[in-house]
Design a protein around this ligand. Structure first.
Ligand code: VGL
Ligand code: ZN
Length: 197
């Protein structure tokens, strides 16, 4: 398989790597914490090449419409400013990472990092043409973010080892990856770290 290496015009996009989506969080994604190691490796690689890192976060008001108490089906999660909405301390987000908050309006959900955030414009302003994407959850926010990225004209390389799905039904994550590839994303991984010599 052809494994693209990052080059100028590329950026890394982390989707919703937040404590509430980790084991023990309020909306835990199975093995969600397993994305942190591979994403840290990707962050190091992109930074070593001077490439930008973007990170979306779910950032809901207390009365968000996706919450059970407010007509939705989900437990309350990622309330803006709460501990659960924070990035895990183990995630090595660089200080100049661009943080993109989504789902900030009570009456609308936003599974895509492009919805109502201005992300496409920010990426274009930064000269980004291709995104390497990992994070949570493969079958919800990653799927919707990647779909919008392709729609907006960005090339996408998936980092399947750095994603995990909610899998409300078994296999939802695999199906989401297949759907993203059908829509034009490239299945990729990252090259292994260069060997010291
Ligand atoms: C997500 C459900 C609700 C996600 C966010 O990041 O995939 N899923 N809010
Ligand atoms: Zn949410």
């Amino acid at each position: 398989m052809d494994i693209p290496s990052p080059r100028p015009g590329d950026a890394l996009l982390l989707v919703d790597v937040q404590l509430d989506f980790m084991p023990g969080g309020s909306l835990p994604i199975p093995s969600g914490d397993q994305v942190i190691g591979p994403l840290n490796a990707a962050i190091a690689l992109f930074r070593s090449q001077g490439l930008a890192v973007f990170a979306t976060r779910d950032w809901h008001p207390r009365d968000h419409c996706s919450f059970k108490a407010h007509g939705g089906v989900l437990p309350a999660h990622c309330i803006a400013g709460s501990r659960g909405a924070a990035f895990p301390a183990e995630l090595a987000l660089p200080p100049d990472a661009v943080i993109v908050s989504k789902g900030i309006q009570a009456d609308a959900d936003a599974y895509s990092g492009f919805e109502g955030t201005g992300l496409a414009g920010m990426l274009r302003a930064a000269g980004v043409t291709r995104l390497f994407v990992g994070g949570l959850a493969t079958d919800y926010c990653v799927l919707n973010t990647v779909t919008d990225a392709l729609q907006e004209g960005f090339a996408v390389v998936l980092l399947p080892g750095a994603m995990r799905g909610l899998n409300l039904q078994a296999g939802d994550d695999e199906a989401a990856i297949a759907t993203m590839i059908e829509r034009g994303a490239a299945p990729g991984s990252l090259p292994p770290p260069a060997k010291a010599r």
